[in-house]
Ligand binder design. Structure first.
Ligand code: ATP
Length: 302
């Protein structure tokens, strides 16, 4: 599988502080990559480096397997972005705003209708932008980013400040882009719930470092349940189980099992009964993705 974005030990230092601290990202083609991290983690700085707006202190960036430092203009011709609240001509219509920018890009006139259709703004194409809701303005921003038919779209917190229906519209729009247009999308957010519903792969950044990078399914696997046994004497139980080749951690009178298949749990209980250790309760504890994210992004948690 090819990677659309690859960074190698990318660093951005502001004075003594490393806002981005040696991150190596790998974003596979055709994915929606959720770039997740708490406020101040370094998402915007990373994105600005990817777009050639900020010069890295060290490290390298390859986009479409080409070095951004050497081929910046050629690469950025194929990248669309929405990084901060875009500015429009409020007294002009959506179509007129698009037309102004289309001329700069030298995109064909027919592209305006196409991008309005993609972001579902065709019905309000002739409405003045000052009458648009924030969600409509964000979609217009995405339409502008799509004018030159980029292969990669980079969006920095595009749902910030939107109401729930605005968020759903943006979410549905982004999800369609890879399958319908073969695009790769990088979207940043500080909300796991947001990324969970849009992304197919995830990079989690905390204090300028990537602390997790894999598919969303791999992240979900971390959310599997733990099996917890309440037993008479946790430490004794844990030692007794060792003799049966079973590893179980004992904490506060509870036993934590590392596997959770039915057969495994049955085997553990059988062993405990044989050892004469009373089992009071068997519980399932599910860690939510949110718990995992919070735990991962707590300073020095990993
Ligand atoms: N131009 C700058 N000069 C000095 N420090 C900066 C500059 N830009 C960003 N920083 C610092 O770098 C760190 C990372 O900021 P960044 O904006 O990249 O984080 P973020 O993850 O995008 O957060 P947010 O979601 O709040 O924008 C922060 O501590 C910020 O204060």
């Amino acid at each position: 599988m090819g990677y659309v974005i690859q960074t190698n030990n990318l660093v951005k230092q502001f004075g003594d502080e490393a806002a981005v601290d040696a991150i190596s990202m790998a974003i596979p083609e055709g994915e929606v990559y959720g770039f997740l991290g708490p406020n101040g983690a370094g998402k915007t700085t990373t994105i600005r480096m990817l777009l050639g707006l900020v010069k890295p202190t060290s490290g390298s960036i390859h986009i479409f397997n080409r070095n951004l430092k050497k081929e910046r203009i050629a690469i950025l011709k194929q990248v669309g972005s929405l990084v901060e609240n875009p500015s429009y001509y409020p007294h002009l219509t959506a179509k007129e705003n698009l037309e102004a920018i289309r001329k700069v890009y030298r995109a064909p006139k027919t592209r305006i209708g196409e991008v309005l259709e993609i972001v579902r703004l065709s019905d309000v194409a002739d409405k003045k932008v000052k009458e648009f809701s924030l969600g409509m303005k964000q979609r217009l921003g995405i339409a502008i980013a799509l004018l030159h038919e980029p292969k990669l779209l980079i969006l920095d917190e595009p749902t910030n400040g939107l109401d729930p229906s605005g968020i759903i519209e943006i979410r549905n729009l982004i999800k369609r882009l890879p399958s319908e247009f073969g695009m790769t999308v990088l979207i940043s957010s500080h909300l796991l719930s947001e990324i969970d519903q849009i992304a197919t792969s995830v990079g989690i950044i905390s204090d300028g470092k990537i602390i997790f990078q894999d598919s969303i399914d791999a992240l979900r696997e971390h959310a599997q349940e733990n099996i917890i046994l309440r037993v008479h004497d946790g430490i004794k139980a844990s030692q007794a189980l060792e003799g049966w080749g079973i590893k179980a951690e004992s904490k506060d009178g509870l036993l934590y099992l590392h596997e959770h298949s039915d057969e495994y749990v049955a085997q553990v209980i059988r062993a405990l009964v044989e050892e004469g250790i009373a089992v009071y309760r068997v519980e399932e504890q599910k860690r939510s993705l949110e718990d995992i994210f919070l735990q991962m992004t707590k300073r020095n948690a990993i």
